[in-house]
Design a protein around this ligand. Structure first.
Ligand code: AKB
Length: 337
């Protein structure tokens, strides 16, 4: 008999770390984590970690021979800035890795006679605003609007949203017997900010980098202009969104891809918030034209109306609460400020 379990890929990453801790706290189920890296010491002991590559088909086959996987949180991905340096490698990891897992989840759904739940974090990078004038004119976008990503990361996220929908709704549509489909659900995140980890390889990283540098007492040169605006969300809300969508009754859902967001602000406003709590922080602006171009192509805000209506989504943290109740106290403790 195989043991039942939840598979989490990219578990050693930012979202992974927070999600694994929360699942280990809430859920009695066996957690199986997959990552290229070993898990940090701080991870719960109850987790079974497999160190390896998502692109290794033999490794995935071994996994399903040992575990009956009923839920997958597929978090592994190369983020937007890093992906621009190695676009083909990003395509391999982000698309082929996702396709491997979708096939695995599809086969497992047949075996079980029940859909495997496939949770996928997509991103604001799935959008592409053509220029700053349009970005200013259309500050809020719905899920189906402006889906013209300008980065390899955004292209792979948008395409994998479509692949997940295909495997959930149309796979083997010409076959005589109707297959049991997997249940793909996706949240499009804005930039994420955690009090406990600093992201790497992303373009929304300027927000968290500024804050963590200030708390460490280090100067920070922000790589985008002061007026660059995107939405953000703190990590506890990101985990809440993933878990709430994973538990929402299927009949309530009218889409497979939902925007979720909390607050929007410019890099200059982000600096002002940081200065309020760390008045000695040395934050300057030295825009990198290419990375700024990526941020300029992302919308200033996303509408999360569908998530609110269908599964009752509401972030716990607005801008004020995010800083006063989550970020600042935890970061101060972390760096012993
Ligand atoms: C990135 O900047 O690449 C990510 C994202 C917004 O998806 N943080």
């Amino acid at each position: 008999m195989r043991k039942k379990g939840i598979l989490i890929t990219g578990a050693a990453g930012e979202i992974g770390e927070a999600l694994v801790h929360e699942l280990a706290r809430q859920d009695g189920q066996q957690l199986i984590t997959l990552d290229l890296k070993p898990l940090p010491e701080s991870f719960p002991r109850s987790v079974t970690h497999v160190q390896g590559d998502l692109l290794d088909q033999d490794l995935l086959a071994r996994l399903v021979s040992e575990y009956e996987i009923d839920t997958i949180f597929h978090l592994a991905a190369l983020l937007s800035t890093r992906a621009e340096f190695t676009p083909e490698a990003a395509h391999r990891v982000n698309v082929e890795g996702t396709l491997n897992l979708l096939k695995l989840a599809s086969d497992q759904s047949q075996w079980r006679g029940e859909p495997v739940l496939f949770m996928f974090p997509s991103s604001i990078a799935a959008y592409g605003m053509p220029d700053l004038e349009t970005k200013a004119r259309i500050p809020m976008v719905r899920e189906w609007e402006w889906n013209y990503p300008r980065t390899m990361y955004g292209c792979t996220k948008l395409y994998c949203e479509l692949l997940g929908t295909y495997y959930s709704e149309y796979f083997r549509q010409l076959a005589a017997d109707a297959p049991v489909m997997l249940d793909f659900r996706c949240v499009r995140f804005p930039g994420l900010v955690s009090a406990f980890t600093v992201p790497s390889g992303g373009t929304s990283d300027f927000g968290p980098e500024m804050l963590h540098a200030a708390a460490r007492g280090e100067p920070y040169a922000c790589f985008v202009r002061e007026d660059s605006c995107i939405p953000f969300m703190v990590m506890p809300d990101a985990i809440k969104a993933l878990l709430e969508l994973s538990r929402a009754p299927a009949e309530k859902l009218t889409r497979r891809v939902y925007n979720v967001t909390s607050f929007s602000l410019t890099a200059g406003q982000f600096r002002n918030m940081v200065l309020r709590y760390f008045p000695d922080a040395q934050i300057t602006f030295e825009p990198d034209i290419k990375r700024n171009g990526i941020i300029d192509s992302w919308p200033s805000n996303m509408s999360d109306k569908a998530a609110r209506e269908d599964w009752g989504w509401k972030p716990d943290y607005d801008l004020e609460r995010a800083f006063t109740e989550y970020l600042v106290p935890n970061i101060r403790k972390r760096y012993q400020v």
